[in-house]
Design a protein around this ligand. Structure first.
Ligand code: SF4
Length: 507
């Protein structure tokens, strides 16, 4: 069916202030007549994981000819922009199976629409589509080998190598071709794959990125975060395990049970991204089998215990403010623990965030607006004036936003301004699916990890970070969970190609 043309949403860089950026969200449905609509809602609920582009691929079978068909729609923009015309979801993206993807990309590859996922190809075994969250750490080596052998790449994305490896596999069965391909890639991947007859969800052996399995009636759902299940009243069943490949096909439809395979014989070596708990995931999600809200509160509590604030005048009451929205939950934990320890701390809403700048934000010129933070936040002056103020934030990346926030708070006339962070200093880049600036741009790296020096740059009376030990203590371990902390410690659990270019990684 020919669709009326809707204007292509202007591709824009995300305007989030100085935070690490999560690369992507994935979603998949098997066995629901409104698969595209469910995917739309699943992507909408996961908009925070990628805001530059979105795509949905559905699969159906032509009743007259029995031929399998894929339907694809993808574009730059927010989910609501990309699927603005409802008929896309009802009349174009037909079929009972679908996968979807929200994308955030790194610089250099963002202008190329072919980089918007899911990617699809038609090869000897039929149609296949893929959506990926994470970064492959050896994709450059694989891509070079494939190019030397004559493979032509259409995108600059690491994800495309998986499709080529599947298409070139010597295995007979499609499922074995996929296992063969996934056995060759290293790094972080939480992926959904759509074939003519099946939905497949797979996760790398370290399980860096979350991937959850759910059900809505008899339909199977897969999503990066469980918030995607809540929006459609689907039930969370379990996580896709590190190194597992879940196959959902006719057999799963008949028995109600998906088939669980191992990608290969390698044992799982869990290293979940601990930053998912600190900042990336929504607090109303369950990731790695646990409530983000609960972990975030504990981060705040541990921070209050290890980094208390002592006002210069002991009679002064401490006002604790969150940086909305990402530090809301942790700030509540901080205040609760601080008061238990005898501090006279009061939780206040001292910073108000504008929720409307995202869609229309125009980067102000330096002479128009010195303080970019002012476009997003304002202070409640009466709450801060003459008070000892503690700002609780989840992380400090470049430090530019934190510095401007401190300036903004100071303009409200507090007695003292203290800054507390529910993460350790970020010293190193991430190679497993998060986009951090270069080490030199990281304030902690630039200051050699010297907290006093960082505090001076920010202009605060005191600065306190959570230690790596307290960070790990805040995360659940009861089922033997293990976490990646490489951006804080520099200890990378999976080796990275020495020539790996960040700009070519996009998953
Ligand atoms: S390096 Fe940091 S952001 Fe990247 S996976 Fe590890 S903990 Fe997460």
């Amino acid at each position: 069916m020919a669709m009326p043309k809707t204007p292509t949403p202007r591709r824009r860089r995300r305007t989030a202030l100085d935070k690490p950026r999560c690369h992507c969200a994935v979603f998949g449905v098997y066995g629901h007549p409104a698969a595209a609509q469910l995917t739309y809602y699943g992507l909408l609920a996961q908009q925070h994981r990628g805001q530059e582009g979105s795509g949905i691929v559905t699969a159906d079978t032509d009743r007259a000819t029995g031929k399998h068909r894929f339907h694809v729609h993808k574009d730059f923009g927010l989910v609501n922009d990309v699927y603005r015309d409802d008929r896309l979801l009802t009349d174009v993206l037909t079929g009972s199976m679908a996968i979807g993807h929200n994308r955030y990309s790194t610089a250099g590859a963002a202008d190329n629409k072919t980089n918007v996922q899911p990617f699809t190809v038609l090869y000897k075994a039929g149609n296949i589509g893929i959506a990926h969250n994470g970064n492959l750490t050896n994709f450059r080596k694989i891509r070079k080998r494939l190019q030397d052998e004559g493979t032509i790449f259409q995108t600059t994305s690491d994800t495309e190598v998986i499709l080529h490896l599947i298409a070139r596999s010597k295995q007979d069965r499609q499922i074995d071709q996929i296992r063969d391909a996934l056995s060759q890639v290293q790094g972080a991947f939480s992926i959904v794959i759509l074939t003519d007859t099946a939905l497949i969800a797979a996760r790398d052996h370290a399980g860096f990125r979350p991937l959850a399995l759910g059900k809505k009636g008899n339909a199977f759902i897969v999503a990066s975060e469980t918030v995607a299940f809540d929006i459609m009243d689907a039930e969370y069943v379990r996580d896709v395990a590190p190194g597992e490949m879940v196959v959902i096909d006719r057999h799963a439809e008949d028995t109600g049970e998906a088939i669980s395979l191992r990608i290969n014989d390698q044992p799982a070596r869990p290293h979940h991204c601990i930053f998912e708990y600190i900042y990336f995931s929504r607090p109303d999600s369950q990731i790695f089998g646990h409530s983000v809200d609960k972990v975030r509160r504990k981060l705040g509590k541990n921070l209050a215990r290890s980094q208390p604030v002592t006002p210069k005048d002991p009679d002064d009451r401490v006002i604790v403010i969150n940086v909305p929205d990402s530090s809301n939950t942790a700030t509540m934990g901080y205040v609760q623990a601080a008061n238990k320890l005898g501090a006279k701390a009061k939780l206040e809403i001292g910073l108000i965030r504008s929720h409307y700048i995202g869609r229309t934000f125009i980067q102000p010129k330096q002479d128009v607006r010195e303080n970019k933070v002012k476009t997003k936040f304002n202070t409640v002056k009466g709450v801060l004036k003459d008070k000892v103020v503690v700002i609780v934030d989840d992380s400090i990346v470049r430090g530019t936003t934190s510095k401007q926030l401190v300036q903004l708070v100071r303009q409200a006339g507090p007695k003292e301004v203290h800054f507390r962070v529910t993460a350790p200093p970020i010293m190193y880049p991430c190679h497993y699916g998060m986009d951090f600036p270069t080490p030199k741009e990281l304030i902690a790296n630039r200051c050699g990890g010297d907290v006093g020096k960082i505090g001076e740059e920010l202009g605060v009376d005191s600065l306190g970070y959570l230690s790596i030990e307290d960070l790990l203590d805040s995360a659940p371990h009861e089922r033997g969970e293990n976490y990646c902390t490489a951006c804080f410690s520099g200890k990378y659990p999976i080796p990275v190609d020495s020539n790996q270019s960040k700009d070519e990684n996009e998953g």
